[in-house]
Structure formats: structure tokens, C-alpha cells
Design a protein around this ligand. Structure first.
Ligand code: UD1
Length: 418
């Protein structure tokens, strides 16, 4: 079993180039099923979730491989199956994107329920009811989902009961080759949705309004391949800022998009950090002691992201005063709090609310990453803790961070993987 060994106390100083976005590349890989010809995706992060998506593509008869660098070459002309084996579906939550893409291309798909981090129930009812509106017959039995549509999928007016990111993306995937016009209202506005739409539009789709609450898609007969660059990962960027906030120091994040991080940067400023931005760079300085923040509520974009809650909580653990978190998106997303308590944090979490009383110091301990972002929170805490922290559960952290130990060591952290 691999572990991260972190000796806390080093300030972080230097430059980090932000990786490509996990949450953008995964739906785009599923979208490649809808396109004929070669696709070249630049700036792809080497993450275990991305390798899972590549295994799904290969099990369907498609090809996907790195060119040696960060460019992924994909071709789905050889698609020969519409069944995704259970073991591959369970590897990650984003396997669900293949549902919309496969049904969109072939009108046929058999999958089981997706796996992923245990941060709540994560149902897919919104995805399924949208597909039904588009003429797909969906049968759910014993954790298996079968989708069939004898003729072409039909465009429909779909109003989401909640602006689900995954459902918005899945509907776009199902709609780009459907007959007629689809309109999604109360759509999610996350930047990754804009990137998915930009990719598909470059391949010949007609999607308007991505990034806003109403998205319209006019179905096309076919899509072609293209060359496309994946956006920077806003959550990874925020993670490295949290690590710097916890340790003190100054860091420059290169090749990131500060406009995607407005709500997060404002929270770091309230913690007492200095933030300066250019078009694609963030200059960040952390000063001790950090200040507590009255209340941090997770919200859909452009609100404060649930994916940043865990590692910002690590910074709040050593801030002066009390910070209250309200988690509005997932119902089971405070599992890192228990691990942080082993490191000396003073956190009471119940239901949606966690109350964090800042302490002077955290201490090294043996802890286990409970999920991807919770694991990142433990890394941030370990970097400022007195003594040595051993973090297990790296399979979660590796889902979303490309060589996290090398990135942090390059800016001065004492961290290694054993
Ligand atoms: C995506 C992100 C994830 C992020 C989350 C919220 C990807 C690959 N993952 O996940 O990192 O934490 O957005 O910003 O992009 N819901 C339902 N029924 C559904 C779908 C969702 O009730 O059919 C609920 C979920 O249980 C959750 C909320 O809606 O409580 C938000 O989920 P959603 O926006 O769909 O998140 P994901 O797409 O799974």
C-alpha cells in the first residue's frame, strides 16, 4: 500500500504550473464517442480517473493513448460494443458520461451504476428522466441500467430540478446528434460545461448558451474530430493555494484561469492571504496568523465549490477564531474532519454544518484519505503540522492530482511517496 510521508513546517515558495482539469477531460473523453475521425486533446493530466476512462473506451473497441507528453490521441471509429462492464463502471463516478454519449451515438447502452468517492448518495435520477424525455426507454434493475431508443433520440425541453453538473453534461452529450432542438433550463453553469460545449462545437455541434442557465442544442447528423486543449484545473489550483495558505510562503500559479476561481480567491483573501492575478496567473502570499471566516457555504458555480471545502477547512483549522462551514451540495462530505481531528484539529461536524475552532498547531499523525478532496485536505494539513504525517488511501488522491508529491516538493515541501 502506498503512503505519503510528510514532514510539516516547510514554507512553500516557487512556481507551479497547473495541470489540465480532471472534470473537463472526463466528459470530453466520453464525448469523443460522438465524433468520427481523430481527436487530439492537449494538456491532459495523467490521473487514475483518466486511465479508467481510457480503459472504458478500449473495452468499447475505441483507441486512446498518450503521445508521450500530455496529448491524448483518441479515435472511436471502431466502436463495437455498447456495454460497459461493471468493474469499469465502478472505477469512477464519471463513467456515467458514457451513458449519454453511447445512447447519443447508437441509441443503445447497458451500464451498471457508477462508482466514485463516497461523499453522499449521488443518484442519477435527473440524468435518467432527461433521457426518457428524449425518447429513450430506460430499464433499471439490480443496479443495471439498460437504455434503448429504436429511432433517433428526439430533442426535448428539459428543466432540471437541480443544476446538476453531470446531468447537464450528459444531456448535452445525448442531444448533439438527436433529431431537433433540445433546451435545458436550470442548467449547471460550471466552466467545465463551457469547455465541453466548445469541444463539441469545434467538432461540428451546435450548442449555445453553455455557462448560462439555459442551453440550447440543435442536433446535427454527424460530428468530426478536432484538436483541443483542456482547460486548467481550478480545483487543483485552489488546492495548491490552500497548501500555501496553511504553510505560509509565496507561490505563483502559472497556466491557470483566475476568473474560474473568483469565489475561492475571495475566501483566501478573507483568510488574510494576498492575491494578485493576471489573465492566466495567480500570485499568492500567505501571512500567519490566518483569520477565521464567519461562514463558508458551498454552492453551485459561481458560488464557493464543494470540491474546495475540505482543503479550505484545513486552513481554517489553524486560523485565529471560529469558522463555520455549510455543505449544501453533498450530504456526506465531512469525513476528512474525523481525520483532521487525529491531527489535533477542533472540528464539530453534524449534518450540513461543521464548526471549526482554530488551534495554534496541528500535529503529525497516521491518517487515511476518505475521498479525493478530503485527501487533499489532509495533505494541506500535514504540510503545516508539527512532525510527520503518514497519509494512506492514495488511490483517492491519485484520481485527481497529477504527481501531487512532486508538485509540492518542487516548491519546498518535505513530502515523499513510499
Ligand atoms: C460534479 C463534479 C464534482 C463536483 C460536483 C459538484 C465532475 C466529474 N464531477 O459531480 O467534482 O463535486 O459536480 O460541483 O464534474 N443529484 C441528484 N440527482 C442526479 C444528479 C445529481 O440528486 O441525477 C444531486 C447529487 O446527489 C448532489 C447534487 O445533485 O447532491 C450535485 O451533483 P452533480 O452536480 O450532479 O455532481 P456530479 O456531476 O456528480
Amino acid at each position: 500500500m502506498q503512503k505519503l510521508i510528510i514532514n510539516g513546517g516547510n514554507r512553500l515558495n516557487g512556481e507551479i504550473t497547473v495541470q489540465g482539469a480532471k472534470n473537463a477531460v472526463l466528459p470530453i473523453l466520453a464525448a469523443s464517442i460522438l465524433c468520427k475521425g481523430d481527436i487530439m486533446l492537449h494538456n491532459c493530466p495523467r490521473l487514475s480517473d483518466l486511465y479508467s476512462a481510457m480503459r472504458i473506451l478500449s473495452s468499447l473497441g475505441c483507441s486512446a493513448g498518450f503521445d508521450g507528453g500530455s496529448t491524448l490521441c483518441v479515435n472511436t471509429d471502431g466502436l463495437s460494443s455498447c456495454d460497459i462492464p461493471d468493474r469499469l463502471m465502478r472505477e469512477m463516478r464519471s463513467s456515467i458520461f458514457f451513458l449519454g454519449a453511447l445512447v447519443g451515438r447508437t441509441g443503445d447502452c447497458r451500464i451498471s451504476l457508477p462508482g466514485g468517492c463516497d461523499i453522499g448518495q449521488r443518484p442519477i435520477d435527473i440524468h435518467i428522466s432527461a433521457l426518457r424525455k428524449m425518447g429513450v426507454t430506460v430499464t433499471e434493475q439490480h443496479g443495471e441500467i439498460e437504455c434503448r431508443c429504436e429511432k433517433k433520440l428526439k430533442g426535448a425541453k428539459i428543466s432540471l430540478s437541480f443544476p446538476s453538473v453531470g446531468a447537464t453534461e450528459n444531456i448535452i452529450l445525448a442531444a448533439v446528434l438527436a433529431e431537433g432542438r433540445t433546451e435545458i433550463t436550470n442548467a449547471a453553469r460550471e466552466p467545465e460545461i463551457i469547455w465541453l460545449a466548445d469541444f463539441l462545437n469545434l467538432c461540428g455541434a451546435d450548442i449555445k448558451g453553455a455557462g448560462g442557465g439555459t442551453i440550447t442544442i440543435n442536433g446535427k447528423k454527424e460530428l468530426h474530430g478536432c484538436e483541443f486543449t483542456i482547460m486548467p484545473d481550478r480545483i487543483a489550483a485552489a488546492t495548491y493555494l490552500a497548501c500555501t495558505a496553511c504553510t505560509g510562503g509565496e507561490i505563483i500559479l502559472k497556466e491557470c484561469n483566475p476568473r474560474h476561481l473568483d469565489s475561492v480567491l475571495s475566501v483566501f483573501e478573507q483568510l488574510g492571504c494576498n492575491v494578485g492575478c493576471t489573465e492566466n496567473m495567480i500570485c499568492f502570499g500567505a501571512k500567519y496568523p490566518l483569520h477565521s471566516i464567519d461562514i463558508i457555504r458551498t454552492m453551485v458555480y459561481p458560488g464557493f465549490p464543494t470540491d474546495c471545502q475540505a482543503f479550505v477547512m484545513s486552513a481554517a483549522c489553524i486560523a485565529q477564531g471560529t469558522t463555520v462551514f455549510v455543505e449544501n451540495i453533498f450530504e456526506n462530505r465531512y469525513r476528512h474532519a474525523e481525520e483532521l481531528r487525529r491531527m489535533g484539529a477542533n472540528i464539530r461536524a453534524e449534518g450540513k454544518v461543521a464548526v471549526v475552532e482554530g488551534v495554534k498547531k496541528l500535529y503529525g499523525a497516521k491518517v487515511s484519505a476518505p475521498d479525493l478532496r478530503g485527501g487533499a485536505g489532509l495533505v494541506a494539513a500535514a504540510l503545516c503540522a508539527e512532525g510527520t504525517t503518514e497519509i494512506s488511501g492514495l488511490n483517492y488522491i491519485d484520481r485527481g492530482y497529477e504527481e501531487i508529491e512532486n508538485v509540492l516538493a518542487s516548491v519546498g515541501a518535505d513530502i515523499k511517496r513510499i
